[in-house]
Write a protein that binds this ligand. Structure first.
Ligand code: CA2
Length: 149
């Protein structure tokens, strides 16, 4: 049985669809999870989808993922721009890491233009709305396929 892909969501993403739809759209995190599951099934990838508002919980899940997951898709939310600790946890992972942002962070405030996570990610998707998650899963399938060849 092959390992699942962990899809991790950082602080405040539980509010998606409930506030600021002009930036993040109308889809809720549950809608995104359903999209990821559908896409994962089509790609033959099991998806483990999680969200936490706590940095230490995200870091603990990343540590655990090192032994249990095949890859990581992460929307680190605001922690992208601030967390050396999250970057350090990610840098200890051997599997592919893909970073997703729903909004185009480069069109927004200057402080969102830099991401610590991008330094350790194999790729970054931003500004594609919630579709970015399923695009990342497609890319993950391709990366894992070429890794076994
Ligand atoms: O565009 C993204 O996906 C972000 O990662 C979202 C983060 C933001 O800090 C990043 O700069 C870009 C914010 C997540 C909070 O989402 C909310 C959703 C609805 C209402 C309030 C916050």
């Amino acid at each position: 049985m092959s390992r699942p892909i962990l899809v991790l969501n950082g602080p405040n993403l539980n509010l998606l669809g409930k506030r600021e739809p002009h930036i993040y759209g109308h889809e809720t995190l549950a809608d995104i999870e359903a999209d990821c599951r559908r896409t994962g099934e089509a790609l033959g990838l099991a998806v483990d989808f999680r969200q936490s508002n706590a940095e230490h919980v995200l870091i603990d899940w990343i540590h655990e993922a090192r032994e249990t997951m095949a890859g990581l898709v992460i929307n680190p939310a605001g922690l992208s721009h601030t967390s050396v600790s999250l970057m350090d946890a990610l840098s200890a992972c051997a599997f592919p890491i893909l970073e997703v942002h729903i909004s185009n962070i480069h069109r927004r405030e200057e402080f969102r233009h830099f991401s610590y996570v991008s330094r350790v990610a194999a790729g970054v998707i931003c500004g594609f709305g919630t579709q970015g998650y399923t695009l990342a899963l497609q890319r993950m399938a391709r990366l894992l396929e070429s890794a076994v060849k």
